[in-house]
Write a protein that binds this ligand. Structure first.
Ligand code: ADP
Ligand code: ZN
Length: 689
């Protein structure tokens, strides 16, 4: 071997994960000038197919002499650009992505890209931003915890300092009990030890109030971290976090990957919230990943909620998680009183689309007369649910999806809430040509339009995805309501999340029934959570709160629990029994495998082929693991069988053991990849997708 050859042999090669739905890694050579600069977690720009992509180095670089004999060094492509050492994904975040890639059966390249979106890489930090991002001291607000808060704080802190292998605590505190103040005091202790803090929240758009509360509580600047943040901001904040200049992050689910230095505490607010499950592109559950990250760092993870998930409650019961309780509201107003309004019995307000009882209207008028505020919860956007022909009963459906179209009167459209398809409101029935088309059901838009007819003096603000199109708009709406510029805030799910408006003394749920009918095994639990959270918006200040829940099913067991006529424990114990009998989480594990195709027959037959191949895997697994319970269910059509013109068919795998579930999924993926089919895998699926 000549001298030149030995130099070439000693040059580096690296394995790179690219952000594509591909499980394998690719080998590239490192140009001489970059040798020694790369390590695991470094980002690199590489030629890939006909384009250039940013990927991540997944192993320490090797010399060319270490290339497997099957690879010809002359054929390797070279990386074209590389990030600096300071820019690389921190080890704990890298390992978290690797864990998630295995557990959720998602490509590592896509997870790394979710943790560290490539668009922000390679950008130069701007001078202005760098100045903004030095840690500012913020004038500190003094907090005096009440006795219950103090006890919870000490319990959490003791658990943090304890010797458990995995430090997870549930902070189970009723709405308005002051969980946030406990988070802040705990965060201060962790910061004083020179460690970092992460606060995860379900929805970043709703956190401007929380953000400033946190900053003034701990007395230093806090970064906001979410997937929609501008690339420059991500780059600069990332740099400030990696070097420890900024130590606290509040963020939505992707913030579980935030590159916080020496992370010592993870707070997951509203841990039960399903938005922690990321359902598009790469699938993971941010609460569950925060527990994995916390364990790897020996950091405390606090799961805060007024309505903890059954999964978390079960872990507490098993003794795997510790728990602390805040049983009373901080403010003197106490818990709100809840009343059921039976829509089948009560006299209805005439001349409006929405179901509103005269009784409810009277209470609303009284509240307004006292100068107090009202929140109205209606879980449907638009003007009406759907348009139905009075003669033949035909309902307008989306041409691309198996779902009815929603009437939006202001834009004079029928709109699909799945694919966005919009068409003009027809003048006659497309099936029988009759001219009487009735809008059925009410939405936030119709209620907003109709309320002034019955409450002429009240100013109304609407909070839903149609009205709130930007973060600025959202903040303006919330500020206006807080400042008393409006008396009524009307909205969808967005209302339920964490708002603290002390002057709201009345919450009205227009129709609880829609929550009971959702065909999902978590539906009863979810309905109770939503109703408790919405109710929790009432009476958070000194004034007592009242909640009116309108329904056609006044004897629903969920309402019995909400009213306090039945204990939450007994209701949830029954839910647990049911899930245990059916091997649903938290007892068994679930994974959904989905085939999509524009051809329905093809979707079904592919699912069948995969199911058949999995049955062989199943019998092998059952031979070696006699106690294993494994079921392969389906093919069955997705809840939304057709979306955006594509048919969706599913297999559902239920399994008592994580390892066997992973093996089954892997076998399915291998089968699909041999056949060159795209298989979508969702481990621990939420909702119906
Ligand atoms: P939760 O997060 O449990 O729903 P919050 O933390 O938002 O409750 O607290 C509810 C209200 O009570 C807030 O307005 C908060 O500022 C106030 N509060 C809670 N604890 C304290 C405290 N120790 N001192 C002063 N105000 C408090
Ligand atoms: Zn559609």
């Amino acid at each position: 071997m000549g001298a030149v050859d030995s130099v070439i042999q000693s040059l580096e090669i690296v394995s790179v994960a690219v952000p594509r739905p591909i499980d394998s890694f690719f080998t590239y050579s490192v140009p001489a000038e970059m040798t020694g600069l790369l390590s695991k977690g470094s980002w690199v720009r590489v030629p890939f197919g006909r384009s250039n992509v940013v990927g991540f180095v997944v192993d320490t670089p090797k010399t060319r002499a270490e290339l497997p004999p099957s690879l010809d060094p002359a054929k390797l492509k070279a990386i074209t650009e590389a990030g600096s050492i300071e820019d690389r994904i921190p080890t704990d975040v890298f390992e978290l992505c690797r864990w998630a890639s295995k557990y959720y059966a998602q490509p590592l390249g896509e997870l790394l890209a979710a943790a560290c979106p490539p668009a922000s890489l390679g950008l130069r930090s701007t001078k202005r931003a760098a100045k903004e991002l030095s840690r500012n001291t913020v004038e500190q607000r003094e907090i005096h915890l009440n006795d219950e808060q103090k006890i919870a704080l000490e319990e959490l802190d003791a658990h943090r300092k304890g010797s458990s292998l995995s430090k997870v605590s549930l902070l189970h505190g009723v709405t308005g009990s002051g969980k946030t103040e406990v988070y802040i005091e705990l965060a201060k202790r962790v910061l004083s030890e020179g460690k970092g803090v992460l606060l995860l929240v379900p929805e970043i758009a709703l956190t401007s109030q929380l953000h400033s509360r946190l900053e003034s509580g701990i007395g230093e600047s806090v970064a906001r971290w979410h997937s929609a943040m501008p690339d420059g901001q991500r780059r600069d904040q990332g740099a400030a976090l990696r070097c420890g200049e900024i130590r606290v992050v509040v963020g939505a689910r992707s913030a579980v990957f935030a590159p916080i230095k020496n992370l010592g505490l993870i707070l997951v607010d509203e841990e039960h919230d399903p938005t922690y499950k990321q359902d598009d592109r790469v699938r993971y559950h941010a609460r569950d990943l925060s527990i994995v990250r916390g364990k790897s760092l020996d950091a405390l993870v606090v799961l805060g909620s007024a309505t903890p998930s059954l999964e978390t409650r079960e872990r507490v019961r098993e003794g795997k998680y510790h728990s602390s309780v805040l049983s009373a509201r901080f403010a003197s107003g106490g818990m709100p009183t809840i009343e059921i309004v039976d829509l089948g019995e009560e006299i209805r307000v005439e001349g409006i689309q929405a179901a509103l009882a005269e009784k409810t209207l009277t209470v609303m008028r009284e509240t307004l007369a006292r100068g107090e505020q009202i929140m109205i919860y209606l879980n449907r956007r638009g003007f009406a649910a759907f348009l139905r022909c009075r003669d033949c009963g035909e309902v307008s459906e989306c041409p691309n999806c198996s779902i009815s179209l929603t009437v939006h009167k202001r834009s004079r459209e029928l709109r699909c809430h799945v694919c966005g398809h919009a068409e003009g409101i027809p003048d006659f029935c497309p099936k029988c040509q009759a001219v009487d088309l009735d809008p059925i059901g009410a939405g936030t838009e119709s209620l907003e339009e109709e309320l002034p007819k019955i409450l002429p003096d009240a100013k109304i603000l609407r909070l839903d995805r149609d009205a709130i199109t930007s973060a600025t708009r959202l903040e303006k709406t919330l500020d206006a309501f807080r400042n008393g510029e409006a008396q009524i805030l009307l909205g969808t799910q967005m209302l339920a999340k964490g708002h603290d408006f002390p002057k709201v003394t009345l919450v009205v749920v227009i129709l609880a029934d829609a929550l009971f009918r959702y065909p999902d095994f978590r539906a009863p639990e979810r309905a109770l959570q939503i109703l408790s959270q919405v109710s929790g918006r009432a009476g958070r200040g000194e004034l007592p709160g009242r909640v009116l829940v309108q329904t056609y099913q006044p004897d629903s067991p969920i309402l019995e629990v909400l009213l306090g006529n039945r204990s939450e424990e007994s209701f949830l114990a029954e839910e647990c029994e049911l899930r245990q009998a059916l091997d649903y989480p938290p007892f068994g594990r679930l994974a959904r495998l989905r085939i999509e195709s524009s051809d329905r027959i093809e979707a079904v037959s592919r699912c069948e082929a995969i199911a058949n191949s999995l049955r062989q895997v199943q019998s092998q697994l059952e031979t070696t693991q006699p106690d294993l319970r494994l079921q392969i269910l389906g093919p069955s059509e997705a809840f939304l069988e057709r979306a955006k013109g594509i048919y969706r068919w599913d297999l559902l795998i239920k399994c008592s053991a994580v390892g066997a579930l992973s093996q089954t999924i892997l076998a399915a993926k291998q089968y699909a990849s041999r056949e060159k089919w795209t298989l979508l895998v969702d481990v621990d699926p939420y909702g119906l997708g």
